[in-house]
Design a binder for this molecule. Sequence first.
Ligand SMILES: *[C@@H]1O[C@H](CO)[C@@H](O)[C@H](O)[C@H]1NC(C)=O
Ligand SMILES: *[C@@H]1O[C@H](CO)[C@@H](O)[C@H](O)[C@H]1NC(C)=O
Ligand SMILES: *[C@@H]1O[C@H](CO)[C@@H](O)[C@H](O)[C@H]1NC(C)=O
Ligand SMILES: *[C@@H]1O[C@H](CO)[C@@H](O)[C@H](O)[C@H]1NC(C)=O
Ligand SMILES: *[C@@H]1O[C@H](CO)[C@@H](O)[C@H](O)[C@H]1NC(C)=O
Length: 454
Amino acid sequence: MSWPVGVWSLWLLCLASAVLGLVDICNTKPKSLKLEPMCVHRKPESPEKGTTLEQGPDKVPNGTNPRVWELSKANSRFALTLYGHLAQAKPSTANIFMSPLSISNAFAMTKLGACNSTLEQLMNVFEFSSIKEKTSDQVHYFFAKLNCQIYRKKHESIELVSANRLFGEKSFLINETFQNISELVYGAKMMPLNFKEKPELSRMIINEWISNKTENKIQETLPDGAIDSNTVLVLVNTIYFKGQWERQFDKENVFKTEFFVTESHSCPVSMMYQEHKFHYKMFSEDKVQVLSLPYKGGEISMVLILPRKDTPLSEIESSLQLKKLSGWLDALVETKVSIQIPRFRIEDEFTLKENLEALGLKDLFDPSRASLPGIGGERENNLYISDAFHKAFLEVNEEGSKAAATTAVVAVGRSINFQREVFIANRPFLLLIRMSTTNTIIFNGRVANPCDQL
Ligand SMILES: *[C@@H]1O[C@H](CO)[C@@H](O)[C@H](O)[C@H]1NC(C)=O
Ligand SMILES: *[C@@H]1O[C@H](CO)[C@@H](O)[C@H](O)[C@H]1NC(C)=O
Ligand SMILES: *[C@@H]1O[C@H](CO)[C@@H](O)[C@H](O)[C@H]1NC(C)=O
Ligand SMILES: *[C@@H]1O[C@H](CO)[C@@H](O)[C@H](O)[C@H]1NC(C)=O
Ligand SMILES: *[C@@H]1O[C@H](CO)[C@@H](O)[C@H](O)[C@H]1NC(C)=O
C-alpha cells in the first residue's frame, strides 16, 4: 500500500462541458449529509461587517437559501475574474468558451481534502470566503443545495446535466470519508484504474467516459501524456446542456452576410433573424446593447452583450464586473426588437493551472507546498495537482444552414425599419448562458470569430 517515497503523486483534475446535454446527482437530501472534511478553515472576523463588495439590500428570491444565493454570487465573481484573465491572455480574435460552474464544482470537490494554505487559497480564489458563513465545510452543503436547484428537471425540452467522477489508482488508498462525502455531495463515485501499469489505457477510459457524458461533444479532454504512472487520482466534472429557444428562428429567414472579426477583416456567416419582444436594453453610457434570449421553460437564457459599433469588445471586457453585469440584467425590459444572430459552433479548451496560479491558487499545484491530507491520508500525503483541463463546446442553432440569398433579401429588407430597436450581432460579442432563478452563470465566453465552420 505504501507509495514509493520521493515519487510525487500526480493528481489531475479535468473538466469538460458541452452546451447541447446529462446524470442525476440529486437524489440525496442535503439535510442528511454528513460533512466532516479533514480540515476546516475558519474565516477571521471581518473588521467591517456588513460592507461587503456589493452594496445595497440583496433581494434573495423566495424559497432560496440566502447562503446558496451567496454561493451563486461567489461563483459568478470567480467566473468573471477568470474570464477577464483569459480574455487578456488570448488574442482578441480568438473565441473563448467555458463553464465556470464546472470549474468551481471540480475545485470545490478538491477542497474536501485540502488543508492549510491550500485550503485557504481555494476559499479565496473561488470566492467561497465571501459567503457569510464562518467555516469552510459548509460550502459543500450549499453547493449540494445549489446543484439540486440547477439540475432539477425544468422542461421536457431542456437537458442540463452534470456528472462527476473520481478515477483513482487501484493500489492507492484514498481516504474513505473523502470518497463518501464526494459521492454524497457531488455524486462522484470512485472508479479504480491501473494508472501505474496502464496509463495510456486509463487516459482513454477517462476520455471515453467524458465523451459519453457529453453526448460525444467533448472528446480527448486529457491530452497525450496527461496521465503517467505516477497519477493517483483524476477528478472529473462534466456539464451538458441542450435547450430549445422559446421562440425559434425561422429557417427561411437565415441569410448569408459578413461578420466583422475586426473593423477591416470580415468573414461570411449565416445570420438568423427574427423580430419579437425580448428582454433587452441599450446602455448608452456603457456603450453596450444587452439582449436575453430565453430557452423553453423560461429559467435558462442566453444573454448577449454587444458593444457599440465604435467600441472594441476589449473595452467592455476590461470593465466587466459582477455589479455592472447584475445591473444590466436587472434593468432589461421587454422590448420589441429586431435581432440578427449568427449561427455558430465554438469549441475551446485550456489548462487551468497557469490561469488559476495567476489568480492566487499557487500551493495546490506546487509539489512542495500542496496540502491534501484529506485525500491520501497520513502516509501518502505528498499529493498535488499536476494540472487541470477544461474543455467546452457550444453550438447555437445548427439547423437551416442551407438558407439562400433569396431569403437574405427578405430579412435584410425587414431589418431596415428604423422604428424599432435593432440588435445585429455582426461583430464580436460576449455571451452567458445563465439560470435566472439561481442567478447562476452556467457557461460564458466571447464569440469573436464564428465563421470557421460554415
Ligand atoms: C480520512 O479523513 C477523515 C476526515 O475527513 C479523517 O477523520 C480520517 O482520519 C481519515 N482517514 C485516514 C485513514 O486517514
Ligand atoms: C413569497 O412567498 C410567500 C409565501 O410563500 C408569498 O406570500 C409571497 O407573495 C412571496 N413573495 C414573492 C415576491 O413572490
Ligand atoms: C497542515 O495540516 C496538517 C494536517 O492537518 C497539519 O498536521 C500541519 O501541521 C499543517 N501544516 C501547517 C504548516 O500548518
Ligand atoms: C462510507 O460509506 C460506506 C457505504 O455507505 C459505509 O459502509 C462506510 O462505513 C463509510 N465509511 C466512512 C469512513 O464513513
Ligand atoms: C454511454 O455508455 C452507456 C453504457 O456504458 C451506453 O449505454 C450509452 O449509450 C453511452 N452513451 C453515449 C452517448 O455514448
